[in-house]
Design a protein around this ligand. Structure first.
Ligand SMILES: [Zn+2]
Length: 253
């Protein structure tokens, strides 16, 4: 009886092994085809999906920079240089939704965002520009070279804090996504945009107290988070000095 049972078990085992082997043989061509399809999907030169990050972004990630929204998802990002609706009239970025900073600066920005929302739960920071590769700086420079606007664009030979991922251009939007009135648009070339001239502009009636209060709110949360004000542009903030950035970071090509 024991011998019979053992014999039976042995036969069943052989049958199971045989079936598996048949299945493997039968599966094999399908697996090969699937594998071919997978290879095809990754190698065929079709246009990248809409969500694909531009090469420039991947390069910045490789350099250790981080997306500003990785630290605080509530921060808004719309980069005017990704459309032709900017002072150069040209498209300089491939995507308007990815803004990068050095990790320390991104953490500081998240702190600023939290401070803002503590005071005004319905307000959000809106990033207009952050890390700016030198190639983009060069394009800007070429556009303004020889025009009166050249004083507003840093010479790419000297490099600026944006080129190290240590500066951010920023404003505040309300819960409807509407930017607060800061007295001038972004990249406005005139005295009204300069924090250094605010009191004078107020006296001359070129800026209102409400506009200055909005700027002060932005400066308040940014300064408390460690950012430095730039006295020529209300929207621009440095995460550190240029000297420090040059010693710590590499310029983004
Ligand atoms: Zn700037």
């Amino acid at each position: 009886m024991v011998i019979k049972n053992r014999l039976y078990s042995f036969i069943v085992l052989i049958l199971i092994m045989a079936c598996n082997s048949v299945n493997q043989v039968a599966k094999s061509p399908v697996s090969e085809e699937l594998s071919k399809q997978k290879t095809k999907q990754t190698t065929v030169s079709t246009p990248p999906p809409v969500i694909a990050k531009p090469k420039m972004c991947l390069e910045m990630e490789r350099m250790g920079l981080v997306e500003v929204r990785s630290q605080d998802i509530s921060i808004r990002v719309v980069l005017p240089y990704a459309s032709n609706d900017n002072f150069t009239g040209q498209v300089l970025y491939e995507s308007s939704q990815y803004a990068y900073l050095q990790p320390e600066a991104a953490v500081m920005l998240a702190k600023a965002s939290q401070l803002l929302q503590k005071q005004h739960p319905n307000y959000r920071l809106l990033v207009l520009d952050a890390a700016r590769p030198l190639s983009v700086q060069q394009k800007m420079w070429n556009i303004v070279k020889g025009t009166p606007l050249n004083i507003y664009v840093a010479n790419p030979k000297k490099t600026g804090l944006h080129n190290y991922g240590a500066a951010v251009d920023i404003t505040i939007v309300n819960d409807m996504g509407v930017a607060l009135d800061m007295g001038t648009p972004y990249d406005f070339f005139g005295e009204e945009a300069q924090p250094a001239k605010e009191e004078q502009m107020l006296k001359e009636g070129k800026l209102t107290q409400q506009q200055l209060d909005n700027r002060k709110l932005l400066r308040d949360v940014m300064n408390k988070s460690g950012f430095l004000t730039y006295n020529r542009e209300w929207w621009h903030f440095n995460a550190c000095t240029l000297l420090k950035a040059k010693s710590k970071y590499k310029v983004i090509p």
